[in-house]
Design a protein around this ligand. Structure first.
Ligand SMILES: NC(=O)c1ccc[n+]([C@@H]2O[C@H](COP(=O)([O-])OP(=O)(O)OC[C@H]3O[C@@H](n4cnc5c(N)ncnc54)[C@H](OP(=O)(O)O)[C@@H]3O)[C@@H](O)[C@H]2O)c1
Length: 338
């Protein structure tokens, strides 16, 4: 470790991010210092800069996703990690329950703890996982948060069974592209919606069974026809007034897993449809540490590659945030740090 300082993108009181020099500190016992190769954005980072997130803490380095090389550890028994290429599990204090995170102590890397939009990050050793060998650094960095969210939503909360039909909404999103790919690899017919025909063409190239552009009138009829009467499971991060249309696309006994509300809350909920069709509405957030490991194994087994929209240079972090704010991205926005 020859450097004494490093550059980090730090959240300012007005919501801007500014590069600052930070002193480079040796990791404490049980911790590791990682020299980052790449970081990836999540919508959470944007919500924070927009003041639309709980407990905003200026002075924090944002970023929940990253991959890099362990350059130092604080405890001799962890020395086998040194020089290993790793990805980071962004969970902090998930807790003992598989059903939900610890409501009091749970945090996500990248506020209030310093995150990955920096040349170095310091995390507990138990947050490290070897980087999947088939992924380039900019792909590996894109995996953790979106991958774990999609995995839990599909398999734990959505209880997806092979051969079922799944609709993934807003395919251009970082979580959504994982959900579609995981559902396909698990042997399901997966369908996608998007505002962009170009993104839908990409979903078809990945193996989607059908698609619909949700900005066009009657898009739900298109999906009803393609699916032969609806789907068993919907994975949705959009929220808003699409809710009732999405409910209409579920088969009787179907399930909808909601992991986000990008477009806000619905003005009404069609309760009659929910009880008459025996539907289940389920919430999902992140994933347990065990699910994180299962997700990484799944990605290795099926050689899943995150769809990366753009790789920005380290000095272009504001441009990456601007692209996410415009909703133009197809998949993950990555920052090259090496
Ligand atoms: N609960 C959790 O653990 C968790 C984890 C990750 C993310 N989230 C939340 O999930 C949401 C997505 O996160 P992300 O990081 O994947 O965001 P992202 O990469 O910025 O994707 C957002 C996507 O939302 C889609 N969208 C916008 N309006 C839509 C609509 N009316 N109907 C359907 N899709 C619509 C767009 O897809 P198209 O461009 O294809 O139209 C857009 O690409 C955010 O609200 C985020 O806060 C929650």
């Amino acid at each position: 470790m020859s450097a004494t300082t490093y550059t980090a993108w730090v959240l300012q009181p007005d919501g801007q991010l500014k590069p600052e020099q930070r002193p480079l500190q040796q990791p404490a016992a049980g911790h590791a210092l990682i020299k980052l190769k790449a970081a990836a954005l999540n919508h959470r980072d944007l919500w924070i800069t927009q003041g639309r997130y709980a407990n905003i803490t200026p002075g924090t380095v944002l970023g929940s996703d990253g991959c890099g090389t362990v350059v130092a550890v604080g405890s001799a028994e962890d020395s086998s990690w040194v020089n290993t290429d790793v990805i980071l599990n962004p969970n902090i204090n998930w807790g003992d329950s598989g059903r939900h995170q610890d409501q009091e102590h749970y945090r996500i890397l990248g506020m209030p703890d310093d995150g990955t939009l920096a040349q170095y990050v310091n995390v507990p050793v138990h947050r490290l996982s070897s980087s999947p060998a088939h992924l380039k650094p900019e792909e590996a960095a894109a995996l953790p948060l979106g991958g774990m969210t999609a995995y839990r939503a599909l398999f734990s909360r959505g209880m997806l069974k092979e051969g079922q039909k799944v609709l993934v909404t807003g395919f251009g999103g970082g979580v959504a592209q994982f959900a579609l790919q995981f559902a396909l690899q698990a042997g399901n017919a997966a369908y996608a919606t998007s505002s962009s025909d170009t993104k839908l063409a990409q979903a078809m190239q990945l193996g989607a069974a059908g698609t619909a552009n949700y900005t066009r009138a009657g898009w739900e009829k298109t999906l009803q026809e393609q699916t032969g009467g609806g789907v068993h499971l919907i994975i949705d991060g959009a929220g808003g007034d699409s809710l009732n249309t999405h409910l209409s696309l579920l088969r009787p006994g179907g399930r909808m897993v909601i992991y986000g509300a990008t477009t806000g809350l619905p003005h009404s909920v069609d309760l009659r449809r929910i009880f008459w069709k025996q539907l289940s509405l389920l919430g999902s957030t992140m994933a347990s540490d065990e699910e994180f490991q299962l997700m990484v194994q799944f990605v290795q087994q099926y050689r899943v590659r995150p769809v990366v929209d753009t790789v920005f240079d380290f000095d272009q972090v504001p441009a990456a945030f601007a692209r996410m704010a415009g909703g133009q991205q197809m998949g993950k926005l990555v920052v090259n740090i090496s």
